[in-house]
Design a binder for this molecule. Sequence first.
Ligand code: SIN
Length: 277
Amino acid sequence: MQHIKVVSTGAVGAMISGVDLAQIDDRALTELRLAFADHSVLFFRDQELTPKQHIALAKKWGTININRFFAEVSDYPEIAEVRKEAGQKINIGGGWHTDHSYDQIPALGSMLYAREVPPSGGDTLYASTCAAFDSLSRGLQKTLLGLRAVHSSRHVFGADTQRPDELEGRFGNAELATQDAVHPAVITHPLSGRKSLYVNPGFTLHFEGWTEAESAPLLQYLYQHIAQPEHTYRFQWQPGSLAFWDNRATWHFAVNDYHGHRRLMHRITIEGEAVAA
Ligand code: SIN
């Protein structure tokens, strides 16, 4: 039997020990589900996972979402490759965002597994959008509860997006970037019941019924509010680390400070459910 230890990493996340993710039993899975609902990101160290074991782990959580835009790991379409080579300058995910808010039914989250990491740097920051909602004034909370926001994939992954040559081979299927979705600006988290600010610097265009110019000041205010240190945690990767985050309760930011070194991560994304106010 596995004896799982859960240590909170602050406003967002928990470090999990005492579990071998390659052979997880039902009791461990139940405990991890509870910890995931409570902490929104689970961090694991020293895991030895083959691609098949990574896929089997993700399937215990739900249906795998095959990413339309990321390069896939050869022979494993379920696994997206998040890679930056020593000679490249641009990384994937190098700005605050949450994934898939442009989908009508956004993905639940991703399991990111570190295969090769630089000698230093290449950390990932996480922010709690639930803690960020809680720390707003009652007045602004009330206003936001009445708003919906429009999200799109077009300006990021679409055919009209100017993409540096360096990203060639790391993204694809620009013609499939046609998703637009409208979601409440504050959702009730399906697992924890907490309110979560559901706006996204990567993919939110504007509030429904507002122009982009009208929306920008409030969105910018919320973006800097969510990213405040007291809502965040910075995870330092080692080979064999795995982070499993919830897109409906967090943002993430892959820090691009390791030029001259390779970083190779395998990411599996799991389907979610419709988000609601
Ligand atoms: C991502 O945005 O999915 C990439 C995160 C990372 O590489 O740390």
